[in-house]
Design a protein around this ligand. Structure first.
Ligand SMILES: Nc1ncnc2c1ncn2[C@@H]1O[C@H](COP(=O)(O)OP(=O)(O)OP(=O)(O)O)[C@@H](O)[C@H]1O
Ligand SMILES: [Mg+2]
Length: 266
């Protein structure tokens, strides 16, 4: 366990990039245990790079990055951190069922080559039920829709019952009822003490859960404070708002333009 008072995340003057090209620069950020924060910002601002840097998936080129008291990449119990990546769906060459994919999330906590016990199977069942896919448990993931596959990835992360949960656009492509269901799940997880970091373009459905926001602008943090303040500051960036037109829903919203999925390095 981490010593008392150690933050869940600590970045000091951190630079994260790819191939020695800095993308996220000079970031100072401390997230305490149990906090629930939104990471906001326009397309290409560096949100995913920041999340991947925390996980050791994008190189830290300078400064300090610590997760649960350990320098990035050195955390031994990987299951303590859950991650929902932005772009991946889970279909692929290997035909795996919903149960199998979510069980892999649980194995991350146990360590590979350990068998799942009754409590683990229950955690897998709970995680799948939490994302509303209990009736699809034995179906191949490839047969699910894109939004359902996103929800399988959320369940995979939840199944490990991580101390820190980092989700990159968990609601993208997910319908409104499922977004609200996810908000309820995250509220429960947060109330149980899990630290949440949610990258999102649409904090509206999660506004009751996420209290603090960090806005990334061209690789730098331009705002760090209450979520409501970030919403006010960015409302008029919304490309879908005409002059004098208010967004239909409360909450930060910046729709992603339709772009072909990036293929580089993913
Ligand atoms: N694997 C990579 N290799 C090189 N450059 C990358 C890679 N991934 C992202 N970038 C670059 O880093 C910058 C920030 O990208 P990033 O994916 O972090 O933005 P984002 O804020 O998550 O955007 P979005 O809202 O579209 O998800 C972009 O200019 C992008 O081209
Ligand atoms: Mg992104």
């Amino acid at each position: 366990m981490t010593p008392p008072g150690t933050p869940a995340i600590r970045l000091h003057d951190a630079t994260i990039g790819y191939d020695d090209v800095p993308i996220v620069q000079g970031v100072d950020l401390t997230v305490g245990h149990g906090e629930a924060i939104a990471v906001l910002g326009s397309n290409g601002s560096g949100k995913t790079t920041l999340a991947r840097g925390l996980l050791g998936l994008a190189p830290v080129l300078g400064g300090e990055v610590e997760l649960l008291g350990s320098p990035v990449g050195r955390l031994r119990e990987r299951g303590r951190v859950g991650y929902v990546p932005q772009r991946h769906t889970v279909s692929g060459a290997v035909p795996a069922t919903v149960r199998e994919v979510v069980s892999v999330g649980r194995l991350a906590r146990l360590g590979l080559f350990r068998r799942l016990g009754a409590a683990d199977r229950a955690a897998v069942g709970d995680a799948v039920a939490a994302v509303g896919l209990a009736d699809r448990m034995e179906e191949p993931v490839a047969s699910l829709s894109g939004g359902q596959q996103r929800r399988v990835l959320v369940a995979r992360a939840l199944a490990a019952q991580p101390e820190l949960l980092i989700m990159d656009e968990p609601t993208a492509g997910v319908d409104a009822p499922s977004q609200h269901a996810l908000a309820e799940v995250l509220a429960r997880v947060s109330a149980a003490g899990t630290t949440l970091v949610v990258v999102t373009h649409e904090s509206g459905p999660l506004a009751a859960v996420l209290t603090r926001a960090v806005v990334v602008d061209q690789g730098r943090i331009s705002y760090d404070g209450p979520l409501a303040g970030a919403e006010r500051g960015h409302r008029h960036d919304d490309a879908h708002c005409g002059p004098g037109e208010e967004p239909a829903r409360p909450g930060y919203r910046l729709d992603q333009p339709t772009v072909a999925a990036r293929t580089r390095g993913r």
